[in-house]
Design a protein around this ligand. Sequence first.
Ligand code: ADP
Length: 424
Amino acid sequence: MRVLFGAIADDFTGATDLAGLLARSGLPVSLRIGVPEEPARAEETTAFEVIALKCRTAPVADAVAQARAALSWLKAAGAERFYWKYCSTFDSTPTGNIGPVAEALMADLGTGQTLYCPAFPENGRSVFMGHLFVGEQLLSESPMKDHPLTPMRDSSLLRLLQPQVKGAVGLASRMDVARGPEALKARLNDLYGRQIAHIIVDAVEDEDLLTIATASIDMPLITGASALAAPLPRLYRERGMLDGGEEAGARPSVGTGEIVLSGSCSAMTRTQVAHYLPTAACLRLDPLDLAENGVAAAVDWLKSRTPDEPKLIYASAEPEAVRQAQQKLGVEQAGLLVEDALAELARVALDLGIHRFVVAGGETAGAITRSLGVSRLTIGAEIAPGVPWTYADISGKTVALALKSGNFGGPAFFTEALQRLETQ
Ligand code: ADP
């Protein structure tokens, strides 16, 4: 099928979030984990192709190389419009790669301007006067200030982005957006005339995102969280850009056996873990213990459970415990120990006959899908805004994976996800 839209996401849960919102349109969406080694074959591509990278915290050169490789695969597949997807909390550091990747993609596409809009109103992320809010709090006052890998201590997207890029950064404010797509386009042109290449665009509600998506529909590249892409299938359809043959396939049937694996320390995940604890057999992983004794005890624990009983293995911990582990082991090592342990446990779970995996944490989900050898996901029903069930074929078995980034979902997400799979 002809590829219309090619997206590059900086992590796995970000990619599933984006793919899930696109799939709300009823159109088929394909998600590839990493850049496929083989060029795309027309008979297996869909109108919306999403490539998940694992580069949110990667050094700039590495992230840029990955994103450029993804872009050239998508271009060769025939994609005409491109999207760079990062987190709705703009996770990055001053040496972060959101800006450098955007700049490299712009250069490869020969375009002089792009937009940045991480707003996701349905999940409480909004941008006003270039400042990012999480619910009613500024980003820098939200729990994101304590993120294990990317603590966000500033809320100004202009200040966060400018040190990352060579070109000038400007703002199209809510006032510009409120005047509608034509006025916003005029504002973008005006900024372009003043050689402002990187435009932060305010959005506080879905209507704003529709305005922005409409105004930017002919731009080769736009960037943001997932929500800015959500109106695109509808806009493409209204403009007659789809050829009409696109239809999502039937949902695959999945065997039983379930497990929840959580490596996210985000505030919402900790609430979800606390909520699920009384209803499941649970095992807590401690990075200090993993450093000393390895994962064998956890593997034994998992083997002692039955596939069908509700189970949770989690490393999720309070900010103070995370800090202590990081001080002793180093930030990267602490994270890797947990990711590797959960990845191995996922493999053991698969061998034990478990087919249903709920995973919390973006990096964690990346590590787990890689260790399961998953390279392509089909997108299924949405569990919570931005979190769909996805299906993968692993050595002839169909496995269902719900890959949830840190702050997504409500307190009962783990139970809701597994129930949703039963009833769809
Ligand atoms: P989120 O989606 O919430 O950002 P991620 O999985 O992307 O979650 O990131 C969380 C990181 O924190 C991972 O690298 C994970 O291995 C690490 N981590 C998890 N638990 C702990 C812990 N108890 N101490 C230190 N680091 C941890």
